[in-house]
Design a protein around this ligand. Structure first.
Ligand SMILES: Cc1cc2nc3c(=O)[nH]c(=O)nc-3n(C[C@H](O)[C@H](O)[C@H](O)COP(=O)(O)OP(=O)(O)OC[C@H]3O[C@@H](n4cnc5c(N)ncnc54)[C@H](O)[C@@H]3O)c2cc1C
Length: 499
């Protein structure tokens, strides 16, 4: 496409990545952001001396020279980021009831070997599963860089669930549970998560999941700076209110203040149901409009932030997964970490020690209060939140008794907080459900009825930091007709016109 004026709706990772890439290629880009702070789910918030993250814990595929760092380098933000030390022998600790914990080290092959050592009778089956997983990564552009060149493709149907493929490989019992539980990284269950999606986030997670100083803002701040340096306009507190179009072409986006932003190209990164509302139903082919309306939302989360009187050093520099079984959530997936432990020095670790813990919950868990406004929620909602916080912190304390008595203050967020800050329908953590049977392996197309309206963001391709950024690259490379993936990997050539 010939560069002109572009309007991007949403300043999350996908919107900012697309904005930088388009601005680099001569487009005059305006990003409209509904909220007062850019970053979407990468926003942080402050309580006293503590900075907490909302939708960020770790960056998958961020091993040195790995996929994420190459993407960040290509975007010109790598030098502004500081990666924090990680326990490379135990980046993920899985707590197994009644048994010793299992530690996933950094690296796909190292993880495969560690699993085989723990369950030697199933080592051959674990090898078969990893051959399928790494084969799927080899067969997927962008992920192929994370596995050795020449890795053969999968022999199974990658649209099948992780549970089915594990069973077919003869991986059973605890070994199956431990491998499957990585599906919860992005609010999924192994029986509902296809191998191709699992390869995108669990495969990249095993390759290495570093944190960066500054949490989600570690990426957002330099992306915003780079976007501004390229002449882009980031308009905060400017929710898009309407996408104007005629003859199947978008002509402008109108924001809620009434300002009209004429454009030759519009990219929407918000929840597809919101994009549908912005164009009106005629802006989509009926089949896609129906699909968006019929697809349920992904789960969301209750997050608890706890200030501590001393560093929880027993949690180490690693990510923890455990099962939380309560009356409200009998099979809850719990994730927690102590971000303060990741500081380099003991002095910094002890300055403001805290932990973050979260439980994936259906958005419907807070449906009773969905009509209430932020800041004016009823007492019953606060009581529900406090009860969930207590259950979550009790579970963490049961696994780490040294934390007992050190919690000085807590804060919590729920799906309603996610909805308030990102406008994701019902507060969905990952937008539309990526479960098999819903989006599964059949993502929503990047364009539909309106020729110059494109879609990006976590509902469209893969969710997660790396998934949404890659999604933005894939979209923009079709617009600017350059092989941006080759530029990320080293090299780069001009593509034929695909747009
Ligand atoms: C609790 C939680 C933990 C997570 N942890 C991790 C993790 O550790 N690692 C990882 O890789 N991923 C993680 N994720 C997933 C990751 O955060 C998301 O997949 C990713 O940030 C989504 O980016 P996005 O740009 O698609 O969407 P968003 O970040 O939601 O951005 C969309 C933006 O659009 C704006 N917007 C919406 N409607 C409008 C409108 N009408 N006009 C203007 N602006 C609008 C919103 O305000 C928002 O800023 C987590 C998610 C959650 C919820």
């Amino acid at each position: 496409m010939i560069p002109g004026r572009a309007v991007i709706i949403g300043s999350g990772l996908s919107g900012l990545t697309a904005g930088v890439l388009l601005a680099e290629h001569g487009w005059r880009v305006t990003i409209l952001e509904a909220h007062a702070i850019p970053g979407g789910l990468m926003q942080r918030f402050r309580r006293g001396p503590y900075w907490f993250d909302t939708g960020f814990h770790f960056i998958t595929g961020s091993d040195p020279d790995g996929l994420f760092r190459r993407i960040a380098k290509r975007l010109g933000i790598l030098d502004a980021m500081t990666f924090l030390p990680l326990d490379e022998d135990a980046q993920y600790r899985i707590h197994i009831p009644g048994e010793a914990d299992f530690d996933f080290p950094v690296g796909l092959d190292a993880s495969r070997r560690a699993l085989g050592r723990r369950w030697p009778a199933q080592a051959a089956g674990i090898d078969r599963f990893f051959a399928e997983l790494m084969g799927q990564m080899a067969a997927t552009q962008w992920l192929d860089i994370l596995v050795p060149a020449g890795t053969p493709g999968p022999t199974c149907d990658p649209h099948q669930s992780v549970s089915e493929i594990l069973a077919r490989c003869d991986v059973q019992g605890r070994a199956q549970e431990v491998i499957g539980c990585l599906a919860s990284i992005l609010a999924m269950r192994p029986e509902r998560c296809s191998l191709d999606l699992y390869a995108g986030f669990a495969g990249t997670a095993l390759a290495g999941s570093w944190r960066a100083e500054g949490g989600g803002e570690a990426m957002i701040k330099p992306l915003v700076a780079r976007f501004a340096a390229l002449g882009g306009r980031l308009a905060l507190k400017r929710p898009a209110a309407r996408i104007r179009w005629e003859d199947r072409l978008v002509t402008a986006v109108e924001d809620a203040t009434g300002e009209i932003h004429p454009c030759d190209l519009a990219i929407s990164t918000c929840h597809p149901a919101e994009t549908l509302a912005l164009t009106g139903v005629d802006g989509f082919r009926p089949s896609l409009a129906e699909r968006i309306q019929a697809t349920p939302d992904s789960d969301s989360a209750v997050l608890v932030y706890a200030a501590l009187s001393r560093p929880p050093l027993g949690l180490g520099r690693r990510h923890h997964f455990a099962r939380l079984s309560t009356a409200a959530f009998p099979e809850g997936d719990l994730y927690y970490l102590a971000p303060s432990n990741f500081h380099e020095s003991a002095e910094d670790q002890a300055r403001h020690p805290y932990l973050e813990a979260m439980l994936w919950v259906p958005c419907a868990a807070v449906a009773d209060w969905s009509a209430s406004a932020a800041g004016k929620r009823p007492a019953a909602y606060d009581a529900w939140k406090q009860e969930r916080s207590r259950e979550i912190l009790d579970a963490v304390t049961a696994l780490h008794p040294e934390i007992a008595g050190t919690i000085t203050r807590t804060w919590a967020s729920t799906p309603l907080s996610v909805r308030h800050f990102t406008r994701s329908r019902n507060g969905a953590a990952m937008g539309l459900s990526h479960d098999i049977g819903w989006l599964g392996s059949e993502p929503i197309p990047r364009r539909n009825r309106l020729k110059n309206l494109c879609f990006a963001g976590q509902s469209i391709g893969h969710p997660g930091v790396v998934g949404t950024m890659i999604g933005a690259f894939i979209l923009v490379e079709n617009i600017v007709e350059r092989d941006l993936r080759a530029e990320v990997m080293g090299g780069g050539k001009v593509l034929g016109s695909g747009f």
